[in-house]
Design a protein around this ligand. Sequence first.
Ligand code: PDD
Length: 277
Amino acid sequence: PFVYLNGEFLPPGRASVSVFDRGFVFGDGVYEVIPVFGGRLFRLAHHLARLERSLAAIRLENPLTAGEWETVFSRLVRENGDGDQSVYLQVTRGVAPRDHAFPAGVKPTVFAYAQPLKYPPAAAVAEGVAAVTAADIRWLRCDIKAIALLANALLRQQAIDRGAAEAILIRDGLVTEGAASNIFVVNRGTLVTPPNGPFILPGVTRDLVLELAHANGVPAREEPLPESALYTAEEIWMTSSTREILSITRLNDRPVGTGRPGPLHAKLFALYKAYKQ
Ligand code: PDD
């Protein structure tokens, strides 16, 4: 397998980055994760649009055109044997002596690779997974897909230490999102997810779920979601590019609704799988 680094395709062992890269020293960069189904990049335009937003938010120019990105990803996917994969890409501000201020005239570091997609285990899909609530300790620009993921890693590990698969984050009494996913609840038959804004990542999977709901007559709303709504929800789901739409059937060691994945999950997951084909 090859990775892409600054214009070259190299075996991972020969790809190296300076210890003074600002990604390494400051976490100064942004990333994307793009799912690949049957060798096809899924919703590529949406991921590239979000990358553009993230780059603009941290005042970096996009180092590649959409066509160039696609050429890089296609080669990585092909080298990796097609099938279901995920493509990771990151752009950092580049290599410079350590100084918080932006360096002048530095080229960004551009890195991408593809790996086989690790689907959640079949039992997790069939029975749902556990989640716990946790205080959202992240910064105020969670809409930027920043590589600085210390808070997300701490929160995900906190969930795992409590036997759960995800942490559902609460800020000022409202649900924001998961440590690495967006959150939906079903409330009296209606799908509800928090609105986009500075406290959540505008998920590509989240967008698709809303699109599929609207196109198929499933009532769905984007509105602030109080933590208390989690405890009366009929269903809770998490969505992400790598976990797709996963039912959360236990929250803080109590069953959600019936404790089994619900009928609306079955419906939207079927629509999603049909769309993927
Ligand atoms: N993370 N919210 C956060 C904080 C995320 O990290 C992610 C995805 C999402 C879901 O976004 P999307 O549907 O576009 O994947 C929401 C990726 C998968 C990751 O960091 O590995």
